[in-house]
Design a protein. Structure first.
Length: 205
């Protein structure tokens, strides 16, 4: 009886995890259907929890999202303390997820290779709020009418409903951290400066 309860609890979290993974990767149900061969209606029912997931459905979804089955169903750890980060390539950027929970604010490390600066800006919009912090290299951000260049130690935050685009500012690759809230969540900051100049941008220490 306990085992059945544990199984039901694990399967109940699959829908929200699937929806969160798809939104993190900014892909539609139609895109995912084309990748996995699973119909849009079945994918929608899986995400809403009205379709019970099976192994034949979960395997292609885990491959498409670059996660293990254990991560997909939220299986308990097996004694291995290491965090297995699985990079995802999207729009020419390498994204390494740093959080392992579905929903809420997600953290990523992103690497944009050299040579990407030659691309023309193509600003996009979507729901959410994002905070960026540059680790290495220089990051060019086009945000609405503003064109900014961030150096290591500098940060910026903005509503992603504002048209935005970013690439390496020069011939060197750039590495930066990203905190992203899909529903517009902002990170809670205990101490903030007295004045803000949108988009909020702060220098390094």
């Amino acid at each position: 009886m306990v085992m059945n309860d544990d199984l039901d609890q694990a399967l109940n979290v699959v829908g929200p995890r699937l929806r969160a993974l798809r939104r993190q990767r900014d892909i539609t149900l139609a895109d995912l259907s084309a990748t996995t061969g699973i119909s849009v209606s079945t994918l929608s029912r899986l995400e809403s929890g009205t379709r019970r997931p099976s192994l034949e459905l979960l395997l292609p979804l885990a491959r498409a999202h670059g996660v293990t089955l254990d991560e997909l169903v939220g299986a308990p750890p097996t004694g291995d303390p290491r965090i297995h980060l699985r990079p995802v390539i999207r729009h020419g950027m390498t994204m390494v997820p740093l959080t392992r929970r579905a929903g809420g604010i997600q953290a990523y490390k992103l690497v944009i290779p050299s040579g990407s600066r030659r691309r023309e800006p193509d600003p996009q919009t979507h729901e959410g709020y994002e905070w960026l912090y540059v680790l290495n290299g220089r990051l060019r951000i086009v945000l609405g009418e503003r064109d900014l260049t961030l150096s290591p130690g500098e940060a910026a935050e903005f509503d992603t409903r504002v048209p935005h685009w970013f690439r390496a500012a020069d011939a060197e690759p750039v590495e930066f951290l990203s905190l992203f809230g899909a529903q517009g969540e902002r990170a809670h900051v205990r101490a903030r400066p007295r004045t803000e100049d949108p988009p909020e941008r702060t220098g390094g220490h």
